[in-house]
Design a protein around this ligand. Structure first.
Ligand SMILES: *Cc1c(COP(=O)(O)O)cnc(C)c1O
Length: 363
């Protein structure tokens, strides 16, 4: 193989159990497997989670939910982003549960659907900002059954801001109004990975929606954060084959734009990965990979299909060897977070950015 990822099923399972253990038996854990399970492969990840007892999974759109049903997944599936009317057929046929984002959409929803209603408590993206009384009235008037009340937190890893507390307060205000009106949804949920990992139990209510944490990451905090309460480990290793090893003289220019000039006679290993595989172009001349258990720096630009790395200190490297772009080997390790920080992006975009041509394998 030229470029592949290895996903550890055991790590996915252990990360899920770590969340279950932290939030306790009163809180339902609904892992988020949108965007091909953050690049890990939604079907296989969902099979592992289902075998671990996950009764709910969350995806972004109807197509993702249908793909899981076609892969044999039987858990409840919540479709979190908007469901346009022309996709409602898919919802019914495949037993998917929609999130409803506005009171108008609620009135249009046929009775057959239990639904979760999303509140905009401060993210200003999706969900209703209507007053509690208007929400109660719309829920009462709708034919379908309110099964869950939810919102999404904007800054759960930021302890320099009070935005999370304000969002929880706004959510509770609507929750109280809904309950006082005798409408009794089964689930109340706000928290993604950061609100779980940084222990904000006020956001857990009785359901949580971890995405990133299932794959082994929690974003770095801002401000005066408590210690992480959740222990998870990366489930994905990303590898590329060494295609060629070559020696270049001092002064040789390497790659597009001649971004790197050899400081002395150097040995270069050419790897079968590039930005068309999702490797961040921003790591040109500044990233690292692991070669034979040691970090080796990227030399020159990230090309579409190739990376050039410094193998001067690794004379044993030969074509056919595997280099790690993300993973650990010997004493060296590189996480998606390491790549993200160096590239000035986030770990989510590194993981979701691994493109379809990179073969997914499971161990
Ligand atoms: C993606 C998403 C999540 C999961 O977020 P993580 O930070 O990956 O845990 C939870 N809820 C909603 C609405 C989302 O879109």
């Amino acid at each position: 193989m030229r470029c592949w990822v290895e996903v550890s099923r055991a790590r996915i399972a252990a990360n899920f159990r770590a969340v279950v253990d932290l939030v306790g038996p009163e809180v339902e854990v609904m892992p988020v497997v949108k965007a091909e399970g953050y690049g890990h492969g939604a079907a296989e990840v969902s099979r592992v989670l289902e075998a671990q007892g996950a009764r709910w999974l969350a995806v972004s759109n109807v197509e993702e939910g249908v793909a899981l049903r076609q892969a044999g997944i039987r858990s409840r599936i919540l479709v979190m982003a908007d469901v346009p009317p022309y996709e409602r057929v898919g919802l019914a046929e495949f037993g998917l549960t929609p999130v409803i984002h506005s009171l108008e959409d609620l009135r249009a929803l046929p009775p057959a659907f239990p639904y979760h209603l999303k509140l905009d408590t401060g993210l200003s993206r999706m969900g209703t900002r209507a007053a509690p009384e208007a929400i109660v009235e719309a829920v009462r008037g709708a034919p379908a059954r309110l099964e869950g009340l939810m919102t999404h937190i904007a800054s759960a890893s930021d302890f320099s801001s009070r935005q999370t507390e304000a969002q929880i307060a706004r959510f509770l205000e609507v929750r109280r109004a809904v309950e006082a009106a005798g409408l009794a949804p089964t689930y109340f949920h706000l928290a993604g990975s950061a609100a779980i990992g940084y222990y904000r139990p006020g956001a857990w209510q009785n359901m949580v929606r971890p995405g990133l944490a299932i794959y082994g990451y929690v974003s770095p905090p801002r401000g005066d954060a408590p210690r992480l309460a959740l222990e998870v480990k990366p489930a994905l290793a990303w590898k590329a084959a060494v295609l060629a090893v070559r020696d270049v003289p001092a002064g040789a220019l390497v790659g597009y734009g001649g971004l790197f000039r050899a400081e002395r006679p150097m040995r270069i290993a050419v790897l079968a990965a590039g930005y068309a595989d999702g490797y961040p172009h921003q790591l040109s001349n500044r990233g690292h990979v692991i070669l034979h258990g040691r970090l080796a720096r990227l030399l020159g630009a990230v090309s579409m299909d190739l990376l050039t790395v410094d193998a001067t200190e690794a004379p044993e490297v030969k074509p056919g060897d595997a280099a790690s772009l993300v993973g650990s080997d010997g004493d060296a390790s590189l996480t998606a977070e390491d790549l993200a920080q160096r590239a000035g992006v986030i770990s989510y975009s590194v993981l979701c950015g691994i493109t379809a041509r990179v073969r997914r394998t499971y161990v």
